[in-house]
Design a protein around this ligand. Structure first.
Ligand code: ZN
Length: 154
C-alpha cells in the first residue's frame, strides 16, 4: 500500500477494526517515511450469481432488493438490526457459495423464506403471502397450519 501523501511503499497498520457488521475491516495506517496517517477499508468480495427471473430475463444479483423485501416483512417486529444484518450476511454468503453463475429467483425467494421462518414467524407469513401470492384463503390457512405444527413430531 503506497502512502497517499508521499508515495512511499512502506506503511504500518496502527489500528484495525471490524465495521459494516463485520464484513469490512477498517485499518489506520502510518507512513514509515513521512509519518502521515490514512485509512483503508478491506471488503470481502462476494461473487453473487446472476438471477434468472420468472420470465427468463437475467439480472445482476441485487442486494438492496433482497434487503428491502426482508425489511418490509420485518417492519416493527421484535428482531434486532444486528440479527437481521447477520441473517442477510449469512444469506449472501450461502448464495455466493452455490458456485453457480446463475440461479433462479425462486431459489433466492425460498432462501429468504427459510431464513425468515427461523427469524420471525410473522415476518415469514408477510413475506410468503407476497411472494407465494396465495391463490386463496385456503392455501393461506394451510400454510399457517403448517407453521403451527411442531417441526419435530412428538
Ligand atoms: Zn508518506
Amino acid at each position: 500500500m503506497l502512502c497517499v501523501y508521499c508515495g512511499h511503499d512502506e506503511t504500518r497498520v496502527v489500528d484495525s477494526r471490524l465495521v459494516g457488521e463485520g464484513r469490512q475491516i477498517r485499518r489506520r495506517r502510518v507512513c514509515q517515511a513521512c509519518e502521515e496517517r490514512f485509512t483503508t477499508f478491506e471488503t470481502v468480495e462476494l461473487s453473487l450469481p446472476h438471477v434468472i427471473k420468472g420470465n427468463g430475463e437475467r439480472e445482476p444479483f441485487n442486494e438492496a432488493k433482497l434487503r428491502a423485501g426482508m425489511m418490509r416483512a420485518l417492519e416493527k417486529r421484535p428482531v434486532s438490526t444486528e440479527l437481521i444484518e447477520q441473517t442477510i450476511g449469512g444469506l449472501l454468503h450461502d448464495l455466493s457459495l452455490t458456485g453457480e453463475r446463475e440461479i433462479s429467483s425462486r431459489l433466492v425467494g425460498e432462501s429468504v423464506m427459510a431464513a425468515l421462518r427461523r427469524l420471525d414467524k410473522v415476518a415469514y407469513i408477510r413475506f410468503a403471502s407476497v411472494y407465494l401470492r396465495f391463490e386463496d384463503l385456503e392455501a393461506f390457512i394451510a400454510e399457517i397450519e403448517r407453521l403451527q405444527a411442531p417441526e419435530v413430531p412428538a
